[in-house]
Design a protein around this ligand. Sequence first.
Ligand code: NAP
Length: 290
Amino acid sequence: MLNWSISGKTKLCGVIGDPIEHSMSPVMYNAAFIELRLNYIYVPFKVRKEDLSKAIEGVRALNIKGLNVTIPHKIAVTQFLDELDPLAENIGAVNTIVNNDGILKGYNTDALGFLQTLLEKGIELKGEKVVILGAGGASRAISFLLAQRGANLLILNRTLDKAKECADRVSNVFQREVKALALNRQNLIRALKEADILVNTTNVGMSPNTETTLVTSDLIKPHLIVFDIVYNPIKTKLLMEADKAGAQTISGAEMLVWQGALAFEKWTTLKAPIELMRKKVINELERREN
Ligand code: NAP
């Protein structure tokens, strides 16, 4: 239960996406608003692709303070905003919108949340060989950030053209080579022999398909850091395989919390209660797994 009464002063935040029924965000943000005794409330909105521009007009008309944006709108939404933060502009995707007196500004806290998760663990990226599986929206954000931090990137994707497009986008900005190959066993074996960090940005392993993984333990060296950005389940099949191989693992749940904390700070200008948000996310994911 919320511990304040909704009033004319309540600020509304939310998330738009389709599907949206399984969103973790309301639990995470409402707990944070309560913790800091803020008169804010967070709700999910199911918005179909064809209704996106109307939804953004609605944000202005209803004076909604902040939004998260998720699948399938992260790229399309950029055209309806007034301003883009330079990182979001370079990535070409937005997952957080702030409404400053009718001016809608887009940010990409997915990328920053990914980075923060690594920094928090003291993982350096400069010169590291990183293999990224997938070339969708999340890969776009993560590959940009990794290149910006001086990592050497190889993107493997089921659809080769999309891997090349993602790699070209990053290499054009940073004037450095980003390799792109088809995602197949032979390329995986070769890539993982050399890699320092493996990042899965595909949907593979995501609930309800929890028994699937693109990489098995026989391909994982103990020195590899394996980051699966899928957060449901917390321990994906890929992370279990990495455990078996003795490698360090990082769950997408950690990135989910950081991207949320950074969005919270943009809306409220206050420091997010990160430990509480983490606890709420883990509890909710564990509840859903049982
Ligand atoms: P997206 O744009 O739809 O991209 C999906 C990617 O997965 C594409 O590269 C796609 O390959 C690949 N893929 C899907 N099914 C596959 C399969 N069976 N085999 C091989 N590749 C497959 O999605 P997204 O926005 O990037 O999100 C991807 C995942 O990241 C989702 O699970 C999402 O929940 C998670 N995510 C987590 C966070 C976090 O905070 N932890 C943040 C953002 C996203 P093709 O190009 O060949 O279709």
